[in-house]
Write a protein that binds this ligand. Structure first.
Ligand code: GAR
Length: 191
């Protein structure tokens, strides 16, 4: 399975996925990393593993369809069959969805449908809920709204700060995402 990982920031999830492919716990090859932020740390992380990066600036294009068309060309060139969004902070448009719906997943740091959108960890912390978590779901045209594949909960303790909560959520992401991808790739649906 040749996959592309999409990220806009640090890329810690991208790296966890790359490491799982190297260890052999995830039967896939991260053949391309795609980012809409050419200066993001994910670029360095990918390059440190020798992985090609397609970095683009949306402002250089005349709208979403135009940059997504360029992404699709790269995905075809690299023979990518599955897209993994890992902190790609943009709504996916029709151009990408047309080619990859059902073969594109996203990770979100809350128990969806609670706290969709930006800063889900901060939203849960401010709401003073006792339990939040991580969701992995198929991507559709909505915001964090596609069919749910996997979820894992995280308890918010009295002494948690936003920072300790963030660390707990991210630690779960880094194991849940590679494991869930492996389950998907070994299921009948994607074979
Ligand atoms: C992750 O926590 C991911 O769940 C979140 O962005 C972070 C990216 O971190 N995604 C969303 O909020 C999507 N709505 P990373 O760049 O270190 O992997």
């Amino acid at each position: 399975m040749r996959i592309a990982v999409f990220a806009s920031g640090s890329g810690s999830n991208a790296e966890a996925i790359i490491q799982a492919t190297k260890k052999g716990t995830l039967d896939a090859e991260v053949a391309l990393v795609v980012t809409d932020k050419p200066g993001a740390k994910v670029v360095e992380r990918a390059q440190s593993y020798g992985i090609d990066v397609f970095a683009f600036s949306p402002k250089d294009y005349n709208g979403k369809a135009a940059f997504e068309q360029d992404i699709v060309s790269k995905l075809k060139k690299y023979d990518i069959s599955f897209l993994v969004l890992a902190g790609y902070m943009r709504l996916v448009g029709e151009t990408l969805l047309e080619g990859y719906e059902g073969r594109m997943v996203n990770i979100h740091p809350s128990l969806l449908p609670s706290f969709p959108g930006l800063d889900a960890i901060g939203q849960a912390f401010e709401a003073k809920v006792k339990i939040t978590g991580v969701t992995i779901h198929y991507v559709d045209s909505g915001m964090d709204s596609g069919p749910i594949i996997a979820q894992e909960s995280v308890r918010i303790e009295e002494n948690d700060t936003i920072e300790t909560l963030r660390q707990k959520v991210q630690a779960i992401e880094h194991t849940l995402y590679p494991e869930t991808l492996q389950q998907l790739f070994t299921s009948k649906e994607h074979n």
